[in-house]
Ligand binder design. Structure first.
Ligand code: PHE
Length: 442
């Protein structure tokens, strides 16, 4: 069998992992979750969740991946714990399901890029969203988005994924900084910053049960955790650099991009329709923003820049979602990567036809509320209690971590992460169940 691929360098790995992390989660979900959960109060909890729970959890996946040099499914057997394979399989299955609806939303973004050029959404954003978000237009745009994703993954780890993200991540940051700077000049921007940045702890206390699971789910999703993606990406590391350092860089850049998106979105909303109208489901973000662009001078151009940023972010993440199952098949059967990427992408496309007919919310909540916390729970228990000795040994490679620091990490992974995840899972599952029985999704 051909030799397994690796990233060309440490920087190449970091770009790819940042590309996976920076996605629709940062630019689409984050500002709107913040808007609908009380603004700055949510932001505080979210930042705590990212740094206190997300960061140590990312190290769990990195340790498994680099130690085993295998995809997320085979990794467990490779480490000598074949009966934990289900944990990896659950993650990869979740990645696959996520890819199917992520690509549908990626398709919406393509339609909005076209709409920016034609002015299609400027007059009546609600009607435009209705026309492109479900039905044949949505399926067609979903097909285009999936094709591009498959094309990049087919080229391989270094020539496809690494190269694409090295272009897209800088572009995202430069364009977002430009958007945020422009948004700062709008009259009324101040009200947006106030809502975004000055926390009202009364709101937090009153909505604790909603805010905590949303913030935790958002933290895992935005860092691409639980789906075996970071396991697969770490398995392509050629050398033993410091995992905590890499992880810290990735978490910080991902957070900066999310915050930047907020600095663009909040003033724009405050200057037009108001931040209060931006709460709600998947489509509200598109409708609210498109409506805002419609009220601004050269709104089509601002919209174009915004949706191009969103497209790059979505693509650099969707390739990682496709890579998780692809790496499993390539590692296991030795089939050519291009063939596997096309095959997996085709099946994910077919599954995505369901969300493309109006069920994005159902898929999204299934992933956020149930699959994601469940997968993180299993891998944290695995690393904390089962493969603890080899995990700690792998963590310290290439670092100067003190034994105190590694012990802290281990106990954190053993106790704090599982408890935090269990609470999230409980609230998520009950929320999802009540959505199902109340018919909210259908
Ligand atoms: N992190 C990506 C985002 O924020 C989504 C993602 C989740 C990608 C899990 C890969 C794995 O949009």
């Amino acid at each position: 069998m051909a030799q397994r691929e690796t990233w060309t360098s440490r920087v190449g790995f970091i770009f790819a992992a940042v590309g996976s992390a920076v996605g629709l989660g940062n630019i689409w979900s984050f500002p709107f979750q913040t808007a609908s959960n009380g603004g700055a109060a949510f932001l505080v909890v979210y930042l705590l969740a990212v740094f206190l729970i997300g960061f140590p959890t990312m190290l769990i996946e990195f340790v498994i991946g680099r130690r085993s040099k295998q995809n997320a499914i085979s990794a467990f057997g490779e480490l000598g714990y074949g009966n934990w394979t289900f944990a990896g399989a659950l993650g990869v299955a979740s990645a696959f399901i996520t890819l199917s609806f992520y690509s549908v939303v990626g398709g919406w973004v393509i339609s909005y890029i076209v709409g920016s050029l034609t002015g299609g959404y400027l007059g009546d954003p609600g009607t435009f969203f209705g026309a492109v978000s479900s039905g044949t237009v949505a399926v067609g745009a979903h097909a285009v988005f999936m094709l591009v994703t498959v094309g990049i993954v087919a080229f391989g780890v270094a020539d496809g994924i690494e190269r694409a993200t090295k272009f897209m991540i800088p572009a995202i940051i430069v364009l977002l900084v430009g958007l945020a700077a422009w948004a700062a000049t709008l009259s009324g921007a101040g009200a947006g910053y106030a809502y975004y940045l000055s926390p009202d702890f009364g709101v937090l206390a009153a909505n604790f049960g909603d805010i905590v699971p949303s913030a935790m789910g958002q933290a895992f999703f935005t860092l691409s955790l639980g789906f075996g993606v970071m396991i697969a990406y770490a398995s392509y590391m050629g050398r033993d650099d410091s995992l905590p350092a890499d992880s810290a860089i990735i978490v910080v850049i991902n957070t900066i991009v999310a915050l930047l998106a907020g600095f663009a979105v909040f003033p724009i909303l405050a200057a037009t329709s108001g931040v209060g109208n931006a709460s709600g489901g998947a489509g509200t973000a598109f409708i609210a923003l498109a409506g805002a662009f419609g009220q601004l001078p050269v709104g089509w151009l601002i919209g174009l820049v915004f949706f191009v940023v969103l497209l790059f972010a979505a693509l650099s993440s969707s390739i990682s979602l496709l890579e998780a199952p692809t790496s499993y098949v390539v590692d296991t059967y030795g089939t050519s990567r291009a063939t596997v990427a096309v095959g997996v992408g085709a099946v994910a496309f077919v599954l995505g036809i369901i969300p493309a007919y109006g069920y994005v919310g159902l898929f999204n909540d299934l992933v956020f509320d149930v699959l994601l916390p469940l997968a993180v729970l299993f891998i944290s228990l695995f690393v904390g209690w089962v493969a603890d000795a080899e995990s700690v040994d792998e963590l310290v490679q290439g670092t100067r971590l003190s034994s105190g620091a590694t012990t802290l990490w281990l106990w954190w992974v053993r106790i704090v992460v599982p408890i935090a995840v269990l609470v999230t899972l409980y609230l998520g599952v009950t929320g999802f169940y009540s959505g199902l029985v109340s018919g909210a999704y259908f």
